[in-house]
Design a protein around this ligand. Structure first.
Ligand SMILES: Cc1cc2nc3c(=O)[nH]c(=O)nc-3n(C[C@H](O)[C@H](O)[C@H](O)COP(=O)(O)OP(=O)(O)OC[C@H]3O[C@@H](n4cnc5c(N)ncnc54)[C@H](O)[C@@H]3O)c2cc1C
Length: 409
Protein backbone atom coordinates (compact mmCIF):
# COMPACT_ATOMS: atom_id res chain seq x y z
CA UNK A 1 0.00 0.00 0.00
CA UNK A 2 1.33 3.46 -0.90
CA UNK A 3 1.72 6.09 1.81
CA UNK A 4 -1.12 8.58 2.31
CA UNK A 5 -0.71 12.19 3.38
CA UNK A 6 -3.44 14.54 4.55
CA UNK A 7 -2.74 18.11 3.49
CA UNK A 8 -4.74 20.80 5.25
CA UNK A 9 -5.11 23.91 3.05
CA UNK A 10 -5.46 24.42 -0.69
CA UNK A 11 -3.13 27.43 -0.89
CA UNK A 12 0.28 27.64 -2.54
CA UNK A 13 1.96 25.62 0.23
CA UNK A 14 -0.70 22.90 0.30
CA UNK A 15 -0.81 22.35 -3.45
CA UNK A 16 3.00 22.46 -3.71
CA UNK A 17 3.27 19.80 -1.01
CA UNK A 18 0.63 17.65 -2.71
CA UNK A 19 2.47 17.76 -6.04
CA UNK A 20 5.84 17.15 -4.35
CA UNK A 21 4.53 14.15 -2.40
CA UNK A 22 2.73 12.72 -5.43
CA UNK A 23 6.03 12.86 -7.33
CA UNK A 24 7.56 10.89 -4.44
CA UNK A 25 4.99 8.12 -4.95
CA UNK A 26 2.67 9.14 -2.09
CA UNK A 27 -1.11 9.58 -2.27
CA UNK A 28 -2.00 13.07 -1.04
CA UNK A 29 -5.52 14.12 0.00
CA UNK A 30 -6.18 17.85 0.38
CA UNK A 31 -8.86 19.25 2.68
CA UNK A 32 -9.86 22.90 2.33
CA UNK A 33 -12.06 24.94 4.65
CA UNK A 34 -13.59 27.02 1.85
CA UNK A 35 -16.49 25.63 -0.16
CA UNK A 36 -14.67 26.28 -3.43
CA UNK A 37 -11.26 27.19 -4.77
CA UNK A 38 -10.45 30.89 -4.43
CA UNK A 39 -9.14 32.87 -7.40
CA UNK A 40 -7.71 36.36 -7.95
CA UNK A 41 -5.88 37.79 -4.96
CA UNK A 42 -3.31 40.52 -4.62
CA UNK A 43 -0.05 41.40 -6.38
CA UNK A 44 2.76 38.93 -5.68
CA UNK A 45 6.42 39.22 -6.60
CA UNK A 46 7.61 35.77 -7.53
CA UNK A 47 11.36 35.60 -7.03
CA UNK A 48 13.78 33.27 -8.86
CA UNK A 49 13.74 30.89 -5.85
CA UNK A 50 9.98 30.50 -6.35
CA UNK A 51 10.26 30.15 -10.11
CA UNK A 52 12.91 27.44 -9.68
CA UNK A 53 10.63 25.59 -7.25
CA UNK A 54 7.74 25.91 -9.73
CA UNK A 55 10.02 24.34 -12.35
CA UNK A 56 10.97 21.53 -9.91
CA UNK A 57 7.27 20.86 -9.38
CA UNK A 58 6.70 20.80 -13.12
CA UNK A 59 4.27 23.75 -13.10
CA UNK A 60 6.45 26.55 -14.47
CA UNK A 61 4.92 26.09 -17.92
CA UNK A 62 1.43 26.76 -16.51
CA UNK A 63 2.45 29.98 -14.78
CA UNK A 64 1.13 33.20 -16.30
CA UNK A 65 3.30 36.22 -15.46
CA UNK A 66 2.32 39.86 -15.96
CA UNK A 67 5.45 42.02 -15.92
CA UNK A 68 4.97 45.33 -17.69
CA UNK A 69 7.60 45.68 -20.44
CA UNK A 70 10.59 47.55 -19.09
CA UNK A 71 10.94 51.08 -20.37
CA UNK A 72 13.66 53.60 -19.90
CA UNK A 73 12.68 55.87 -17.05
CA UNK A 74 10.73 53.07 -15.44
CA UNK A 75 7.09 52.44 -14.50
CA UNK A 76 7.27 53.28 -10.80
CA UNK A 77 6.32 56.67 -9.34
CA UNK A 78 6.61 58.01 -5.82
CA UNK A 79 4.26 60.76 -4.68
CA UNK A 80 5.75 63.00 -2.03
CA UNK A 81 4.15 65.94 -0.26
CA UNK A 82 4.75 68.40 -3.11
CA UNK A 83 2.52 66.23 -5.31
CA UNK A 84 4.52 65.87 -8.57
CA UNK A 85 5.28 62.15 -9.26
CA UNK A 86 8.98 61.31 -8.99
CA UNK A 87 10.37 58.24 -10.75
CA UNK A 88 11.43 55.61 -8.21
CA UNK A 89 13.30 52.32 -8.38
CA UNK A 90 10.63 49.67 -8.94
CA UNK A 91 10.75 46.08 -7.67
CA UNK A 92 10.47 44.96 -11.29
CA UNK A 93 13.30 47.15 -12.58
CA UNK A 94 15.79 44.34 -12.19
CA UNK A 95 16.46 42.07 -15.16
CA UNK A 96 15.59 38.38 -15.46
CA UNK A 97 17.19 37.76 -12.05
CA UNK A 98 14.44 39.86 -10.49
CA UNK A 99 10.90 38.93 -9.55
CA UNK A 100 7.99 38.13 -11.85
CA UNK A 101 4.73 40.03 -11.36
CA UNK A 102 1.76 37.73 -10.76
CA UNK A 103 -1.48 37.60 -8.83
CA UNK A 104 -1.54 35.08 -6.00
CA UNK A 105 -4.27 33.38 -8.02
CA UNK A 106 -1.90 32.93 -10.99
CA UNK A 107 0.40 30.74 -8.89
CA UNK A 108 -2.53 28.83 -7.44
CA UNK A 109 -4.03 28.33 -10.94
CA UNK A 110 -0.72 26.87 -12.19
CA UNK A 111 -0.55 24.48 -9.23
CA UNK A 112 -4.24 23.59 -9.62
CA UNK A 113 -3.65 22.47 -13.21
CA UNK A 114 -1.18 19.92 -11.92
CA UNK A 115 -3.30 18.94 -8.88
CA UNK A 116 -6.20 18.13 -11.22
CA UNK A 117 -4.01 16.41 -13.80
CA UNK A 118 -6.29 13.91 -15.58
CA UNK A 119 -3.72 11.08 -15.36
CA UNK A 120 -3.23 11.29 -11.60
CA UNK A 121 -5.54 13.81 -9.93
CA UNK A 122 -5.16 14.65 -6.25
CA UNK A 123 -8.31 14.13 -4.18
CA UNK A 124 -9.55 17.50 -2.90
CA UNK A 125 -12.32 17.77 -0.28
CA UNK A 126 -13.81 21.24 0.05
CA UNK A 127 -15.65 22.58 3.12
CA UNK A 128 -13.63 20.13 5.22
CA UNK A 129 -11.55 20.87 8.33
CA UNK A 130 -9.71 18.83 10.93
CA UNK A 131 -11.43 18.66 14.33
CA UNK A 132 -8.88 16.46 16.10
CA UNK A 133 -5.42 15.10 15.32
CA UNK A 134 -4.08 12.14 17.30
CA UNK A 135 -0.70 10.57 16.63
CA UNK A 136 -0.27 6.84 17.18
CA UNK A 137 2.49 4.31 16.46
CA UNK A 138 1.04 3.42 13.03
CA UNK A 139 -0.14 6.76 11.79
CA UNK A 140 -2.09 9.92 12.52
CA UNK A 141 -5.82 9.61 13.14
CA UNK A 142 -7.63 12.75 12.02
CA UNK A 143 -11.22 13.57 12.81
CA UNK A 144 -12.61 15.55 9.89
CA UNK A 145 -15.67 17.81 9.73
CA UNK A 146 -17.50 18.09 6.42
CA UNK A 147 -19.45 21.34 6.63
CA UNK A 148 -21.29 20.52 3.38
CA UNK A 149 -22.97 17.32 4.62
CA UNK A 150 -22.57 17.92 8.34
CA UNK A 151 -20.71 14.58 8.61
CA UNK A 152 -17.86 13.95 11.04
CA UNK A 153 -15.58 11.00 10.30
CA UNK A 154 -12.09 9.81 11.09
CA UNK A 155 -9.30 8.59 8.84
CA UNK A 156 -5.69 7.53 9.39
CA UNK A 157 -2.75 8.95 7.43
CA UNK A 158 1.02 8.37 7.35
CA UNK A 159 1.68 12.12 7.40
CA UNK A 160 -0.33 15.29 8.07
CA UNK A 161 0.84 18.53 6.44
CA UNK A 162 -0.49 21.74 8.00
CA UNK A 163 -0.52 24.21 5.13
CA UNK A 164 -3.41 26.20 6.54
CA UNK A 165 -1.87 29.65 6.71
CA UNK A 166 -0.93 32.23 9.33
CA UNK A 167 -3.57 31.20 11.88
CA UNK A 168 -3.07 27.48 11.32
CA UNK A 169 -5.50 25.09 13.01
CA UNK A 170 -3.01 22.23 12.66
CA UNK A 171 -0.34 24.30 14.44
CA UNK A 172 -2.73 25.17 17.27
CA UNK A 173 -3.87 21.55 17.71
CA UNK A 174 -0.44 19.91 17.57
CA UNK A 175 2.11 22.56 18.58
CA UNK A 176 0.23 25.00 20.85
CA UNK A 177 -1.55 28.37 20.91
CA UNK A 178 -1.00 31.06 18.26
CA UNK A 179 0.56 33.44 20.83
CA UNK A 180 3.47 31.02 21.28
CA UNK A 181 4.52 31.41 17.63
CA UNK A 182 3.00 34.56 16.06
CA UNK A 183 5.20 37.60 16.69
CA UNK A 184 3.48 41.02 16.51
CA UNK A 185 4.78 43.61 14.07
CA UNK A 186 2.37 46.40 15.11
CA UNK A 187 1.33 46.92 11.53
CA UNK A 188 -1.68 46.35 9.28
CA UNK A 189 -2.19 45.54 5.62
CA UNK A 190 -5.21 46.02 3.41
CA UNK A 191 -5.04 44.62 -0.13
CA UNK A 192 -7.59 44.49 -2.93
CA UNK A 193 -8.01 44.85 -6.70
CA UNK A 194 -8.85 48.23 -8.18
CA UNK A 195 -11.40 48.42 -10.97
CA UNK A 196 -9.51 51.34 -12.48
CA UNK A 197 -6.02 52.69 -12.11
CA UNK A 198 -5.44 56.08 -10.50
CA UNK A 199 -6.45 58.75 -13.06
CA UNK A 200 -3.59 60.16 -15.18
CA UNK A 201 -1.38 57.09 -14.66
CA UNK A 202 -0.74 54.35 -17.22
CA UNK A 203 -2.29 50.91 -16.52
CA UNK A 204 1.18 49.44 -16.11
CA UNK A 205 2.41 52.06 -13.64
CA UNK A 206 3.23 51.31 -10.02
CA UNK A 207 2.65 54.14 -7.55
CA UNK A 208 3.79 54.54 -3.98
CA UNK A 209 2.79 57.24 -1.51
CA UNK A 210 5.28 56.78 1.34
CA UNK A 211 4.77 58.68 4.60
CA UNK A 212 5.94 58.07 8.14
CA UNK A 213 4.05 55.06 9.53
CA UNK A 214 1.56 54.85 6.63
CA UNK A 215 1.88 54.16 2.95
CA UNK A 216 -0.28 53.43 -0.07
CA UNK A 217 0.75 51.38 -3.09
CA UNK A 218 -0.81 50.61 -6.46
CA UNK A 219 0.81 47.82 -8.47
CA UNK A 220 0.30 47.89 -12.24
CA UNK A 221 0.27 44.76 -14.40
CA UNK A 222 0.81 44.25 -18.13
CA UNK A 223 -2.59 42.64 -18.68
CA UNK A 224 -4.73 42.95 -15.57
CA UNK A 225 -6.36 45.65 -13.45
CA UNK A 226 -4.00 46.87 -10.74
CA UNK A 227 -4.08 45.84 -7.09
CA UNK A 228 -3.50 48.12 -4.15
CA UNK A 229 -1.86 47.78 -0.75
CA UNK A 230 -2.51 50.11 2.17
CA UNK A 231 -0.12 49.45 5.01
CA UNK A 232 0.38 51.32 8.27
CA UNK A 233 1.94 50.97 11.69
CA UNK A 234 -0.13 51.02 14.88
CA UNK A 235 0.32 50.23 18.56
CA UNK A 236 -3.28 49.13 18.95
CA UNK A 237 -4.02 46.15 16.71
CA UNK A 238 -7.27 45.25 18.51
CA UNK A 239 -8.76 48.67 17.78
CA UNK A 240 -8.19 48.19 14.02
CA UNK A 241 -10.69 45.33 14.00
CA UNK A 242 -13.41 47.16 15.94
CA UNK A 243 -16.02 49.05 13.93
CA UNK A 244 -16.11 49.70 10.19
CA UNK A 245 -12.99 48.83 8.23
CA UNK A 246 -13.56 51.66 5.76
CA UNK A 247 -13.95 54.27 8.52
CA UNK A 248 -10.89 52.91 10.27
CA UNK A 249 -8.79 53.29 7.11
CA UNK A 250 -10.22 56.72 6.32
CA UNK A 251 -9.21 57.89 9.77
CA UNK A 252 -5.68 56.40 9.49
CA UNK A 253 -5.13 58.04 6.08
CA UNK A 254 -6.87 61.33 7.01
CA UNK A 255 -4.69 64.28 6.10
CA UNK A 256 -2.95 62.40 3.26
CA UNK A 257 -4.65 64.52 0.69
CA UNK A 258 -3.14 62.87 -2.31
CA UNK A 259 -5.55 62.10 -5.20
CA UNK A 260 -4.09 58.56 -5.43
CA UNK A 261 -4.95 57.85 -1.78
CA UNK A 262 -8.44 59.31 -2.26
CA UNK A 263 -8.92 57.07 -5.31
CA UNK A 264 -7.88 53.98 -3.33
CA UNK A 265 -10.12 54.79 -0.35
CA UNK A 266 -13.10 55.49 -2.61
CA UNK A 267 -12.50 52.15 -4.41
CA UNK A 268 -12.42 50.31 -1.09
CA UNK A 269 -16.11 51.02 -0.53
CA UNK A 270 -17.15 48.81 -3.45
CA UNK A 271 -14.26 46.32 -3.65
CA UNK A 272 -15.69 42.78 -3.59
CA UNK A 273 -12.75 40.98 -2.05
CA UNK A 274 -10.67 42.81 0.55
CA UNK A 275 -7.87 41.40 2.69
CA UNK A 276 -7.52 43.40 5.93
CA UNK A 277 -5.23 41.90 8.52
CA UNK A 278 -2.54 42.47 11.12
CA UNK A 279 1.08 41.63 10.30
CA UNK A 280 2.85 38.77 12.09
CA UNK A 281 5.85 36.59 11.57
CA UNK A 282 5.60 32.95 12.66
CA UNK A 283 8.71 31.72 14.47
CA UNK A 284 8.99 28.08 15.51
CA UNK A 285 11.96 26.15 16.85
CA UNK A 286 10.89 23.06 14.86
CA UNK A 287 8.40 22.65 12.00
CA UNK A 288 7.50 19.03 12.58
CA UNK A 289 6.42 16.84 15.46
CA UNK A 290 6.30 13.11 14.74
CA UNK A 291 4.16 12.62 11.63
CA UNK A 292 2.82 16.18 11.53
CA UNK A 293 4.67 18.88 9.60
CA UNK A 294 3.84 22.54 8.99
CA UNK A 295 4.55 24.33 5.72
CA UNK A 296 4.24 27.85 4.29
CA UNK A 297 2.72 30.67 6.37
CA UNK A 298 1.61 28.13 9.01
CA UNK A 299 5.25 27.31 9.74
CA UNK A 300 7.23 30.48 9.02
CA UNK A 301 5.02 33.33 7.77
CA UNK A 302 7.56 35.89 6.53
CA UNK A 303 5.09 38.85 6.29
CA UNK A 304 3.92 40.75 3.23
CA UNK A 305 7.04 42.94 3.38
CA UNK A 306 9.36 40.03 2.71
CA UNK A 307 7.86 39.52 -0.75
CA UNK A 308 9.07 35.94 -0.45
CA UNK A 309 6.16 34.05 1.18
CA UNK A 310 4.81 32.55 -2.04
CA UNK A 311 8.30 31.62 -3.23
CA UNK A 312 9.06 30.02 0.14
CA UNK A 313 5.80 28.06 0.08
CA UNK A 314 6.61 26.68 -3.39
CA UNK A 315 10.14 25.87 -2.35
CA UNK A 316 8.98 24.22 0.89
CA UNK A 317 6.53 21.96 -0.95
CA UNK A 318 9.02 20.98 -3.64
CA UNK A 319 11.72 20.29 -1.03
CA UNK A 320 9.36 18.17 1.10
CA UNK A 321 8.64 15.93 -1.88
CA UNK A 322 12.35 15.63 -2.65
CA UNK A 323 13.27 14.80 0.97
CA UNK A 324 10.62 12.08 1.17
CA UNK A 325 11.79 10.66 -2.17
CA UNK A 326 15.41 10.58 -0.98
CA UNK A 327 14.58 8.90 2.37
CA UNK A 328 12.08 6.20 1.45
CA UNK A 329 10.74 4.41 4.52
CA UNK A 330 12.32 6.85 6.99
CA UNK A 331 10.00 9.78 7.60
CA UNK A 332 12.02 11.15 10.54
CA UNK A 333 15.15 11.35 8.39
CA UNK A 334 13.17 12.93 5.54
CA UNK A 335 11.70 15.65 7.80
CA UNK A 336 15.10 16.30 9.39
CA UNK A 337 16.77 16.68 5.99
CA UNK A 338 13.92 18.87 4.73
CA UNK A 339 14.12 21.26 7.69
CA UNK A 340 17.93 21.36 7.74
CA UNK A 341 17.98 22.29 4.06
CA UNK A 342 15.27 24.94 4.26
CA UNK A 343 15.85 26.66 7.59
CA UNK A 344 18.85 28.89 6.67
CA UNK A 345 16.86 30.39 3.76
CA UNK A 346 13.80 31.04 5.95
CA UNK A 347 15.86 32.48 8.83
CA UNK A 348 17.58 34.89 6.46
CA UNK A 349 14.31 35.98 4.83
CA UNK A 350 12.72 36.52 8.25
CA UNK A 351 15.68 38.69 9.24
CA UNK A 352 15.70 40.90 6.16
CA UNK A 353 11.91 41.35 6.17
CA UNK A 354 12.39 43.99 8.91
CA UNK A 355 14.62 46.01 6.58
CA UNK A 356 12.28 45.52 3.62
CA UNK A 357 9.41 46.78 5.81
CA UNK A 358 11.03 50.25 5.71
CA UNK A 359 10.65 50.28 1.94
CA UNK A 360 6.97 49.38 2.18
CA UNK A 361 6.10 51.61 5.14
CA UNK A 362 8.78 53.88 6.63
CA UNK A 363 8.83 54.03 10.43
CA UNK A 364 9.57 57.81 10.67
CA UNK A 365 10.07 60.98 8.62
CA UNK A 366 13.90 60.64 8.60
CA UNK A 367 13.42 57.14 7.16
CA UNK A 368 11.14 58.57 4.44
CA UNK A 369 13.98 60.93 3.48
CA UNK A 370 16.66 58.23 3.65
CA UNK A 371 14.49 55.80 1.68
CA UNK A 372 14.04 58.39 -1.06
CA UNK A 373 17.78 59.07 -1.25
CA UNK A 374 18.81 55.41 -1.34
CA UNK A 375 16.21 54.46 -3.96
CA UNK A 376 17.08 57.45 -6.10
CA UNK A 377 20.79 56.50 -6.22
CA UNK A 378 19.95 52.81 -6.78
CA UNK A 379 17.51 53.74 -9.54
CA UNK A 380 20.13 55.74 -11.41
CA UNK A 381 22.59 52.81 -11.28
CA UNK A 382 20.05 50.14 -12.27
CA UNK A 383 18.52 52.19 -15.06
CA UNK A 384 21.87 53.17 -16.53
CA UNK A 385 22.89 49.49 -16.61
CA UNK A 386 19.60 48.32 -18.07
CA UNK A 387 19.56 51.08 -20.68
CA UNK A 388 23.05 49.99 -21.77
CA UNK A 389 21.97 46.34 -21.90
CA UNK A 390 18.86 47.21 -23.91
CA UNK A 391 20.93 49.02 -26.51
CA UNK A 392 23.26 46.04 -26.78
CA UNK A 393 20.51 43.39 -27.06
CA UNK A 394 16.70 43.39 -27.06
CA UNK A 395 15.16 43.06 -23.57
CA UNK A 396 13.97 39.53 -22.75
CA UNK A 397 10.20 39.30 -22.41
CA UNK A 398 8.66 37.13 -19.67
CA UNK A 399 5.65 34.97 -20.56
CA UNK A 400 2.47 36.99 -20.48
CA UNK A 401 4.16 40.39 -20.44
CA UNK A 402 2.38 42.85 -22.68
CA UNK A 403 3.44 46.05 -24.35
CA UNK A 404 4.01 49.08 -22.19
CA UNK A 405 1.41 51.72 -22.90
CA UNK A 406 1.89 54.81 -20.89
CA UNK A 407 1.01 58.45 -20.74
CA UNK A 408 4.05 59.22 -18.62
CA UNK A 409 7.65 58.90 -19.60
C1 LIG B 1 -0.98 41.69 0.83
C2 LIG B 1 0.00 40.57 0.67
C3 LIG B 1 1.01 40.68 -0.28
C4 LIG B 1 1.91 39.64 -0.46
N1 LIG B 1 2.88 39.77 -1.40
C5 LIG B 1 3.74 38.76 -1.60
C6 LIG B 1 4.76 38.88 -2.59
O1 LIG B 1 4.92 39.91 -3.24
N2 LIG B 1 5.59 37.81 -2.79
C7 LIG B 1 5.45 36.66 -2.08
O2 LIG B 1 6.21 35.70 -2.31
N3 LIG B 1 4.51 36.53 -1.10
C8 LIG B 1 3.66 37.55 -0.86
N4 LIG B 1 2.72 37.44 0.11
C9 LIG B 1 2.69 36.21 0.94
C10 LIG B 1 2.07 35.04 0.23
O3 LIG B 1 0.84 35.39 -0.37
C11 LIG B 1 1.86 33.93 1.26
O4 LIG B 1 3.07 33.70 1.95
C12 LIG B 1 1.43 32.65 0.61
O5 LIG B 1 0.29 32.82 -0.20
C13 LIG B 1 1.12 31.66 1.73
O6 LIG B 1 0.55 30.53 1.22
P1 LIG B 1 0.07 29.38 2.20
O7 LIG B 1 -0.44 28.32 1.30
O8 LIG B 1 1.11 29.05 3.20
O9 LIG B 1 -1.14 29.99 3.07
P2 LIG B 1 -2.55 30.59 2.63
O10 LIG B 1 -2.48 31.30 1.35
O11 LIG B 1 -3.05 31.33 3.81
O12 LIG B 1 -3.47 29.28 2.39
C14 LIG B 1 -3.99 28.56 3.46
C15 LIG B 1 -5.18 27.76 2.96
O13 LIG B 1 -5.63 26.93 4.03
C16 LIG B 1 -7.04 27.06 4.15
N5 LIG B 1 -7.37 26.79 5.55
C17 LIG B 1 -7.17 27.59 6.62
N6 LIG B 1 -7.58 26.97 7.74
C18 LIG B 1 -8.04 25.76 7.37
C19 LIG B 1 -8.58 24.67 8.09
N7 LIG B 1 -8.73 24.70 9.42
N8 LIG B 1 -8.94 23.55 7.40
C20 LIG B 1 -8.80 23.51 6.04
N9 LIG B 1 -8.29 24.53 5.32
C21 LIG B 1 -7.91 25.63 5.99
C22 LIG B 1 -7.34 28.47 3.71
O14 LIG B 1 -8.69 28.62 3.33
C23 LIG B 1 -6.37 28.62 2.55
O15 LIG B 1 -6.92 28.11 1.34
C24 LIG B 1 1.82 38.47 0.34
C25 LIG B 1 0.82 38.36 1.31
C26 LIG B 1 -0.08 39.41 1.46
C27 LIG B 1 -1.15 39.26 2.53
Amino acid sequence: MGKRALIVGLGIAGMSAAIGLRRAGWTPVIVERAAERRTGGYFVFLFPQGREAAADLGVAGHLHTRNPAWKEGGNTWALYRRGEPKPELGFLDQDQAGPAAVLRGDIEAALWQSVTDAEDPVEVRFATTPAEIVQGPDGVRVLLDDAGSGARYSETFDLVVGADGLRSTVRRMVFGPHEDYMTDWNAMVCAFQLKEHVPSFAPTDTIVVPRAKRAAWVFGFADHAPTTLLTYRTDDIQKQFSGSRTEQLRSVYAGMNDPAVRHILDSLETAPDVLFDSVHQVKMPRWSSGRVVLLGDAAWCLTTYSGMGASAALRGGAALGKAVREHPGDLDAALDAWETGLRPFITEEQRIAKIKQQRFVPSSTPVVVLRRLVLSVARRIVHRRRAAETTERPAPVLTGAGPASGNRS
